[in-house]
Design a protein around this ligand. Structure first.
Ligand code: ZN
Length: 400
């Protein structure tokens, strides 16, 4: 009898965990450019197993909403935050803040990002990212999937040989991607800073180790050197000329233009001004960079460059990453569907995760976001995230 009871409990437990989760939907944007009407998404074991006619027993009713793959932000800094005095703080070496407090802010930044509809982010990057990533992956704290460079390479990182050693150490320490500053910050004018040899060392070593490499580059010379060195993405690119864009497009390198970052700096100017290169001159460079970036984006679209969606989110932006979709459409004239593909399947492909995330298809991770409204008609619908699921687990559900 006792044995039978145990068997029954075991069978019940197996049946209960094997029960699929069914999302009833009226509109799905699948992340690859298709619109699916009146389908159910059937999920088992954290993965999408099928998209079916809406007849199955419903777990969550998302009809009336627009359902998309969980969004992907290819460029964030969730560790950068406003401190208790409302000033920007990045934590890490040289910080006045305790490491414990900085780590909590980083976890808070990651959580806000997930609640804003982003189920995967690439952080370019801070040492604390590794710990946050590991705790999120083991289910101990809530947040998006995190991919991180942990640190970055600059002109003064050293000789090409020292840069190669830096890349090997970053990989050994758990970096998922290599980040390099091929040019200066836009606040310092954006000219090439690393030599072509240094850039070749960084991206060449990364590629030998099977790692992607993301090159911060505004000036065309730095971007071209990065593409020719085998770097896999160009971050920002506010000053790119057509020759650089054509090279990016021809080589299939991903371009990661960002708008939110500068809008956010300008909106929160007093919280940054007076720290490092956040000078009046730096702010005027950023103001100019917004229309320059929009112009680059328009030219990049004509050349069919592969543009992913990244925000360069820092303090003030975490949780508002979706504003990047709005800037793309409103300021740069990108069609809404293209902007959404940019932040889903294309971003996934750029992270070499195109077979796991970024689209609503069988075998993909059940990373799902739903918004109130139709972003194809009004892109600001992306501000109204009402449902967030990651790997089949619901983190937000305020859908009615
Ligand atoms: Zn950045």
């Amino acid at each position: 009898m006792r044995q039978n009871l145990n068997l029954c409990l075991l069978l019940w437990a197996t049946w209960a965990t094997a029960q699929p989760v069914v999302l009833k939907t009226s509109t799905i944007l699948d992340g690859k450019g298709q619109v699916l009407k009146n389908k159910s998404i059937v999920i088992e074991g954290g993965r999408i197993v099928r998209i079916s006619e809406a007849k199955e027993k419903v777990t969550y009713d998302l009809s009336g909403l627009t359902v998309m793959p969980g969004w992907i932000d290819t460029h964030v800094h969730f560790a950068v935050h406003f401190d208790a005095n409302n000033r920007v703080e990045a934590g890490g070496a040289g910080s006045k803040e305790t490491p414990e407090r900085s780590a909590l802010y980083a976890a808070a930044g990651a959580y806000a990002t997930l609640m804003g509809g982003f189920t995967t982010v690439q952080s370019l990057g801070a040492e604390v990212d590794g710990g946050v990533r590991d705790l999120i992956n083991s289910g101990q704290i809530p947040g998006p999937n995190v991919i991180t460079s942990l640190r970055a390479i600059y002109r003064d990182t050293g000789t090409p040989e020292q840069i190669r050693a830096f890349v090997r150490k970053a990989k050994a320490d758990g970096a998922d991607v290599i980040k390099l500053f091929a040019t200066a910050s836009i606040r310092d004018g954006g000219a090439q800073t690393m030599s072509d040899e240094q850039i070749r060392a960084a991206c060449g070593e990364a590629s030998m180790l099977g790692l992607r490499s993301a090159a911060h580059a505004h000036a065309s010379s730095g971007a071209k050197a990065a593409v020719l060195a085998g770097c896999t993405s160009i971050e920002h690119g506010a000053l790119l000329d057509n020759e650089a864009l054509q090279l990016i497009a021809n080589r299939g390198v991903y371009l990661d233009p960002n708008f939110l970052v500068w809008h956010n700096y300008l909106e929160n100017k007093p919280k940054f001004l007076g720290i490092g290169n956040y000078t009046e001159e730096g702010f005027s460079f950023m103001e100019k960079a917004i229309p320059q970036m929009a112009d680059v984006l328009k030219r990049a679209m004509k050349l069919n460059a592969k543009m992913v969606l990244g925000t360069d989110a820092v303090a003030g932006s975490h949780g508002r990453n979706a504003e990047e979709f709005v800037y793309r459409v409103r300021d740069a004239g990108q069609p809404p569907m293209d902007a959404i593909i940019s932040g889903t399947s294309l971003a996934a492909e750029s992270l070499r995760l195109g077979d796991k995330i970024g689209s609503i298809l069988p075998n993909m991770a059940a990373d799902i976001v739903a918004v109130d409204g139709d972003p194809l008609k009004d892109i600001t619908a992306v501000r109204r995230v009402v449902f967030v699921m990651k790997n089949g687990k619901v983190y937000k559900n305020v859908a009615h």
